[in-house]
Design a protein around this ligand. Structure first.
Ligand code: CMC
Length: 428
């Protein structure tokens, strides 16, 4: 294969180098396009064909349904690793040794107290506030309590900022949940594992000891691993682009949380469950909703189906589907919602509309069912996604800063009015 691509504009030829990734993905490096041509740019709404960076964190092949973190398959990590190990792997590039993992965890624990004044901010939110809005605000508020900026040229400074957010973020998540449920705000327990501690911080009742359910713990650990990174998705690109202005880590993360909230991205897990519940309330007629999803006049979409990059089964959905079955079975939960989900999946996988458009169930189709079985309220689902995605956002932010990437600043093709004269208000 040639190592160059040739482009002809108005009879003039231009050559651009090809960049080939370690998995043989090919990109045309157009970084000199505008300067070598007559200010020509590319136009790619939604960046469907645009690589924004070179990254060594996550590999995804949407056609084959492959997802790997730092070269390890998602299937193997979900089965053999725990969430904190995966966080270390994503952020620092290698699986930790026992000593490294212990140090990482104890450094995180040492940072797991948030300033008492954050309670006042939590208290100021109405209980009706959406937890994602609260979480984004609290993460942003952390900057006020930790004002020193990170010296990204110092590995030590970088490490400190990373363990700080990994320590404090679960407290913010738990407080968001507890505020909503009218429970006193609580701190974690340093004797517990990272994910164990999160569960206890969320669910401990003020008048009784917290009993850990190993099935719930195992399922949550797996869900967090599956959500931990997904290369240049909407929220991650947001974190990278915000961070590219050299704003700090916490501020960058808060932009990612807001981007994740939308129903076309992380908010889909909440939307899926609300959809399944309304189908159930409407008598459970899945055919009716399949027809609505296919009707171009109807804005209804089958939430939890389709993906920008997966044109095959989302590998995370396969793992979660199995986990949902196990969790519901182990917890002895019979859920009509799961039956409706399975019926929709079966119909969609045979329906030409979905088959032709390569619309398969995505990660969010089944995750809400497990969260529900765990006793997590629907509007907290996307918060759980954020908790899982945190190491991915951190890893991508760190990579972007270490690679000294330039500020993200896309161009546009202007299609508005050309120059015209101002008309006084009485002449309009
Ligand atoms: N239900 C019905 N039709 C759909 C759906 C759906 N869920 N998804 C896509 N289509 C149709 C769409 O109408 C279009 O049809 P046509 O070619 O006739 O106009 C075609 O499939 C291609 O869709 P698109 O919107 O151009 O595809 P996209 O790559 O821009 O969007 C998506 C991807 C995930 C936003 C979209 O599939 C969707 O809205 N899905 C439902 C929301 C959802 O589950 N999101 C979670 C994504 S996974 C979690 C994460 O990583 O964020």
């Amino acid at each position: 294969m040639s190592d160059k691509a040739t482009l002809e504009i108005n009879g003039k030829k231009y050559e651009f180098p090809l960049v080939v990734g370690t998995e043989k993905e090919v990109a045309i490096d157009i970084s000199s396009l505008r300067s070598t041509t007559d200010s020509v740019i590319t136009l790619d709404p939604g960046y469907k064909n645009t690589g924004s960076c070179e990254s060594a964190i996550t590999f995804l092949d949407g056609e084959k349904g492959i997802l790997r973190y730092r070269g390890y398959s998602i299937e193997e990590l979900a089965e053999k690793a725990d969430f904190l190990e995966v966080a270390f792997l994503l952020i620092f590039g290698e699986l930790p040794t026992t000593e490294q993992l212990q140090k990482f965890h104890s450094d995180i624990k040492a940072q797991s107290v948030v300033d008492e004044d954050i309670r006042k901010i939590v208290d100021a939110f109405p209980k009706s506030a959406h937890p994602m809005g609260v979480l984004a605000s609290l993460t942003s508020a952390l900057t006020a309590f930790n004002p020193s900026s990170v010296n990204v040229n110092s590995e030590e400074d970088m490490y400190k900022a990373i363990v700080k957010i990994l320590g404090k973020f679960p407290v913010l998540v738990a407080w968001t949940f507890r505020k909503k449920n009218g429970l006193p705000l609580d701190y974690g327990d340093k004797n517990l594992g990272y994910v164990e501690n999160i569960l206890k911080m969320m669910f401990k009742q003020p008048n009784e000891d917290y009993k850990m359910n190993p099935i719930v713990l195992n399922a949550l650990d797996k869900l967090l691993i599956l959500h931990a990174d997904h290369e240049q998705n909407c929220s991650t690109s947001t974190v990278r682009i915000a961070g590219s202005s050299h704003v700090g880590l916490f501020a960058s993360l808060s932009t990612g949380i807001s981007a994740l909230w939308g129903p076309l991205h992380g908010g889909a897990n909440q939307a899926v469950l609300e959809m399944l519940e309304s189908i159930n309330a409407d008598g459970g007629d899945t055919d009716k909703y399949m027809a609505k999803a296919k009707d171009k006049e109807d804005p209804f979409r089958l939430m939890g189906f389709g993906h920008r990059v997966y044109k095959n089964f989302d590998p995370r959905a396969k793992i979660i589907k199995k986990a949902a079955d196990e969790v519901l079975n182990d917890l002895g939960v019979e859920d009509k919602i799961l039956e409706i989900a399975k019926a929709l999946e079966k119909e969609a996988l045979q329906d030409p509309y979905f088959v032709d458009r390569k619309l398969y169930p995505n990660v969010d189709f089944y995750s809400g069912i497990i969260y529900r079985a765990m006793g997590i309220p629907t509007d907290m689902f996307t918060v759980m996604f954020a908790l899982g995605r945190l190491p991915g956002w951190i890893a991508q932010w760190r990579e972007m800063r270490l690679n000294k990437e330039p500020i993200g600043r896309p161009r546009q093709v202007y299609v508005g009015e050309t120059l015209r004269s101002f008309r006084a208000i009485d002449k309009r």
